[in-house]
Ligand binder design. Structure first.
Ligand SMILES: Cc1cc2nc3c(=O)[nH]c(=O)nc-3n(C[C@H](O)[C@H](O)[C@H](O)COP(=O)(O)OP(=O)(O)OC[C@H]3O[C@@H](n4cnc5c(N)ncnc54)[C@H](O)[C@@H]3O)c2cc1C
Length: 571
């Protein structure tokens, strides 16, 4: 059997595990990162890459003021004062320093997101700008042939089968024939992509979560940190009195890794473990997940077998988004997350199986799904239906149908959208009562005239308006559904991350059911119970804590000799 001795073993090469490995190397530890698949990135590579770091200095330098104190007030209002106090304090205190430390000592750099309201922007302490940061775009060519090791984004987020575009690219691309500068911008992007495709499997101009992973991987390579691809952690060695290493499965063979300072579990959470889904999620258990398919709950299972506690107790166990199911040309099915582009725009409503609206459609994607769960208790709402008209589809697009698409009927033909010339006919197609749907639309169209949604308050919060259409009056989020043909799109609940995981202390040390830290065992990312108690304060709710607690775990592990003189790793 293969054996190895290291200071720190880290399992899982997503944002959490890669950060832990990088920091460990920067701190002079002998580190091994094992990754079950043959690529780095996990779900992180397919994410938007935003981090929620209150008081970060990148935003302050750009003129957006914010503070940990204001964020604390906001979290008190959102989550409640008592929950996870020590972890929340640690998170708010160290967040900005962690981001600066990574920027100073590695290629992992972030830039301010600028204006981006928190998801409950009407609560005390909520910020309208400055809390969110995003990874600086990255040039994948720096990785050479190893660029193929970076997991690609989801297919529905790329053009021409491999070209990433950012938010700033959308207006010039859509308006490429409207001005010379737009045309040149679009032509340059396309030319770069064509050249890329001669040497690389996809475009190398990467951004969002893919840039985060590219930057982490580049930094790890520069420091020569070993990554054991195809290396799956199956168990740890030790018991709740102390963990001294782990057993891996590598290419069908067993391997033992002795880890002097400890083992960090960062295997991405349990999203694809049916047993855990059935146990933690609401009934009926949502069938769809946007998490990486290799995230099978290995870390949570290993921790629980050792006697670790599971937390948080009261939550839906997921961080949710509504998704539409996309039929792909090869017969497979994609999932498109309806995060920000369509729901808040004027001229779209969401209805349940009774043909009634059941929420403010412009709320956050997490809150949208919570409202689906609530409505589903009395009326079938999984799926819910997004309803719009021809004007809306042309102007704003819907799901994978981008604005101004010349052939929207193709999406009707392949079954993505349902369409009809009258609301009655559309009601028949989606199986809701026609009279009720007509009444729902008529009532909503009245709100479009007055600008006031007396039922659900669409357009009332900063977040609503931020994602609406500022040019549209009197309410940037409400417009009539009036011009045939009418369209309906089914949306289902899906997790983008899970929030139930191993209970930890503020240094990411895994806690036993008795509340004692298990020496030498750490958890971060989605293997760690959500520091937000399963709620979703703003953009970057999981990646922020994943990176901050990975950093804290390593700093604790490094200092273990001094802190735990009687622990099993002294020497
Ligand atoms: C479309 C989308 C957009 C998102 N946008 C954001 C955003 O902007 N901000 C935000 O905060 N969050 C976002 N998220 C959520 C975020 O991506 C995840 O919460 C985050 O990636 C979790 O990081 P992680 O390191 O814990 O897990 P992952 O990124 O999933 O990585 C886990 C890794 O562990 C590996 N692994 C699994 N089992 C084993 C094992 N037994 N041994 C070794 N390796 C193993 C996996 O192969 C994988 O590589 C988004 C998610 C989606 C789907």
């Amino acid at each position: 059997m293969d054996e190895r001795d290291v200071d720190l073993l880290i399992a899982g090469a997503g944002p959490a595990g890669m950060t832990a490995a990088l920091v460990a190397s920067l701190e002079g530890l002998d580190v091994l990162l094992c990754e079950k698949s043959d690529q780095v990135g996990g779900t992180g590579a397919t994410s938007a890459g935003t981090l929620w770091i209150p008081g970060n200095r990148q935003s302050r330098a750009a003129g957006f003021s914010d503070s940990a104190e204001a964020a604390d007030k906001y979290l008190d209002a959102l989550i409640g004062e008592g929950t996870n106090r020590a972890l929340r304090d640690a998170y708010l205190q160290s967040g900005p320093d962690v981001i600066d430390d990574l920027a100073a000592r590695s290629e992992v750099r972030f830039i301010p997101c600028g204006p981006h309201p928190d998801y409950r922007s009407n609560l005390p302490g909520a910020a309208l700008a400055g809390r969110a940061i995003i990874p600086k775009p990255f040039d994948g060519r720096k990785l050479g042939a190893d660029f193929a090791r970076v997991r690609p984004p989801i297919a529905e987020f790329m053009l021409f089968g491999g070209m990433m575009i950012g938010k700033a690219d959308i207006p010039p691309l859509l308006g490429r024939f409207r001005s010379l500068s737009n045309f040149i911008y679009a032509a340059k992007l396309f030319a770069r992509y064509l050249v890329d495709r001669i040497r690389y499997p996809r475009g190398t101009r990467i951004m969002m979560g893919n840039a985060l992973i590219g930057r982490l991987y580049y930094s790890l390579r520069k420091r020569g940190v070993p990554i054991l691809f195809g290396g799956e952690i199956v168990d740890v060695i030790g018991d709740r009195r102390g963990v001294t290493g782990a057993r891996l499965r590598v290419g069908g063979k067993d391997m033992v890794v002795k880890a002097r300072k400890g083992v960090v579990l960062a295997t991405g959470g349990y999203a694809h473990n049916k047993r855990f889904r059935d146990r933690f999620m609401p009934q009926p258990v949502p069938a769809h997940s946007m998490s990486f398919s290799g995230n099978c709950g290995d870390g949570v299972d290993i921790g629980e077998r050792l006697g670790a506690a599971i937390a948080p107790e009261r939550c839906t166990s997921g961080l949710w988004t509504p998704v539409s199911r996309v039929p792909r040309a090869d017969g497979s099915e994609g999932l498109f997350p309806h995060l920000v582009l369509d729901r808040a725009k004027p001229g779209l409503i969401a209805v349940n199986g009774a043909g009634r609206r059941f929420l403010n459609e412009a709320c956050s994607y997490h809150d949208f799904v919570l409202a689906m769960f609530e409505s589903h208790k009395s009326v079938p709402t999984c799926p819910a239906w997004l309803i719009c008209d021809a004007d809306f589809l042309r102007r704003y697009g819907l799901g994978v149908v981008y604005p101004g698409h010349r052939h929207p009927w193709k999406f009707v033909e392949n079954g993505y959208l349902l369409s009809a010339l009258t609301l009655d006919a559309l009601a028949g197609k989606i199986g809701v009562d026609a009279t009720q749907l007509r009444e729902t639309v008529a009532r909503h169209n009245g709100f479009a005239k007055t600008g006031v949604d007396v039922d659900f308050g669409k357009g009332e919060t900063e977040l609503n308006r931020f994602n609406g259409d500022a040019q549209h009056t009197p309410n940037p989020c409400i417009g009539p559904v009036a011009v045939p043909p009418f369209y309906a799109l089914a949306v289902w609940p899906a997790d983008i991350a899970v929030s139930t995981g191993l209970s930890t202390d503020a240094d990411a040390r895994v806690l036993s059911a008795e509340g004692e830290a298990i020496p030498g065992l750490y958890a971060c990312g989605n293997d760690m119970a959500s520091v937000m108690g399963g709620s979703y304060p703003g953009p970057g709710t999981t990646l922020g804590p994943a990176i901050v607690f990975a950093w804290r775990a390593v700093m604790h592990a490094k200092a273990r000799r001094a802190q735990e003189p009687d622990g099993p790793f002294v020497g």
